[in-house]
Design a protein around this ligand. Sequence first.
Ligand code: FNR
Length: 390
Amino acid sequence: MSQSFGDYQLEIYFSALHGRISDFPMDYATLERRAAHTLPPSLLSYIAGGAGDEATQRRNVDVFAEWGLVPRMLVGASERDMSVTVWGMTLPSPIFMAPVGVAGLVTKDQHGDIAVAQAAAATGVPAMFSTLMQDPLEDVIAHAGETPSFFQLYTPKDRDLAASLVERATHAGYRGIAVTLDTWIPGWRPRDLASGSFPQLRGHALKNYTSDPVFRRILGGKEDPQTVVSTWAQIFGNPLTWADLEWLRSLTDLPIILKGIAHATDARRAIDAGVDGIYCSNHGGRQANGGLTALELLPAVAEACDGRVPVLFDSGVRSGSDVVKAIALGATMVGIGRPYVYGLALDGVPGLIHLLRMFLAEADLLMAVNGYPDFAAVRTNVQRSLGRWT
Ligand code: FNR
């Protein structure tokens, strides 16, 4: 694919000249609405919902309007460099797909994790795959082509199982391990509670466990669905502490990224303990309601990282211009969460490719119009909005 992501608009206009008008929505809100109709209600509420009255989740999105980019003219930004170099690899853009445990369930064939990998291969946008997958991590990465993949670890209570998952991911070719810290216990999610629906408790997305030799040893030969689910539920969440970092570090030479870091002091302490990436996120408002938005927390976290390690960010990104704003406020890489799941739900691999190209094109064209040849220019041209938009 061309590295000028904005060329996607030419493709769309020229196809229309030949009578082929794209069926895909060109704005995210319409895409989300259409995709929602394709999903069964309980899965939709699991994806769309969040913690408490969802105030943090909503504000994660709305807060982007409180920041604005300042156009710079006569720059001639005819070429934009959106690439980022992290952990020795250069990626074509800062965008990545955040781990979403039910991505595997949203395609008709229920092999959505493989579809995500295929879209990653086609677009160069890396995916960070959840521990909660519909296919084993080895089978999924085989579809990602040349695009690097990352593995997200929900650290189980059983240390041998954690070690086994990390070893498998390392061996399979994943390029980094993101350890999610904010979800050793699920937050209070009214939508899911109201329908009594929690996909993993119904046996979904557990393939990385059922394919794992340590998990199977723990099962001790009792592999019926009920035993699998109850064993999984008992073992799933380990409330890690700072004392566990040394052990985590010892599991792999791959970059270790801590997901859910939201405080400058925590970021500094984690880097001092030897982690390789800080991932500022509030889990899209799914875990704790009442928090500040992730975007509000980002500048202080980025400042604490001080260029020592990459800063990953997600929560609330709904467009290409949101991606650029997150970069402006200190992110090195920007994670797309719910939006890519809706792209996948809408039309599988083509729907997801469209969603990613739409975000990439909008970000690239914004940089072109605003006279930002690179992210250094982006970072010096952002300011708080003068009025309230939301
Ligand atoms: C998630 N997220 C998540 N995070 C993680 O580390 N492991 C996981 O398995 C999941 N699963 C998951 C499922 C669903 C349905 C959603 C919506 C999210 C959180 C995800 O990685 C990311 O932090 C948020 O999605 C970002 O917020 P937005 O952009 O979706 O609002």
